[in-house]
Each structure stands twice: as structure tokens, then as C-alpha cells.
Ligand binder design. Structure first.
Ligand code: ZN
Length: 81
């Protein structure tokens, strides 16, 4: 079972601070986060190391509350492995 789906099924996808749902994109990027992006105690930015054929590896950053950007970044990351 995907840990993110499990958290949603368990109703464990809410911010500890405000009780709002944490966006799925954020959960996928940071599966163990306890907070929404507004109450994050850590960086609001998500970094993913991607490996290309020609580069040794580069880190891409997107804003953690931009669900679409996180989704695309995560997809590219999975594809690169
Ligand atoms: Zn919150």
C-alpha cells in the first residue's frame, strides 16, 4: 500500500497545526510531513535529485504548495530511476 494513500484512508492527512488537509502533492513529496505548507516547520520547497544521461545529477526545487509542480517533479524523478 502506498504510504500516502494509507495516510489519506486513515484520515491522517491533516495538518497538526490547523487541521486542514495537506495537499496530496505535498504528501507525495514529503510522506511523513505533519504540517501543511503554511505551518511547515521546515522548508516549503521540495527538492528532488534527478539523474540524466549526461549530467551527474541535479537537484530541482519547486514550491511545496504548488501541487502540479510537485506532481510533475515527482513523476520525472520516478522516471529517472
Ligand atoms: Zn496548517
Amino acid at each position: 500500500m502506498n504510504p500516502v494513500k494509507q495516510r489519506i484512508l486513515d484520515g491522517d492527512d491533516k495538518c497538526d497545526e490547523c487541521g486542514k488537509h495537506i495537499p496530496v502533492g505535498r504528501l507525495e513529496a514529503i510522506p511523513d510531513t505533519r504540517y501543511c505548507v503554511n505551518h511547515s516547520k521546515t522548508a516549503a520547497y521540495v527538492g528532488v535529485m534527478s539523474y540524466g544521461h549526461k549530467t551527474a545529477g541535479e537537484v530541482a526545487y519547486v514550491k511545496g504548495d504548488d501541487e502540479e509542480a510537485v506532481r510533475l517533479l515527482w513523476r520525472a524523478y520516478r522516471r529517472s530511476r
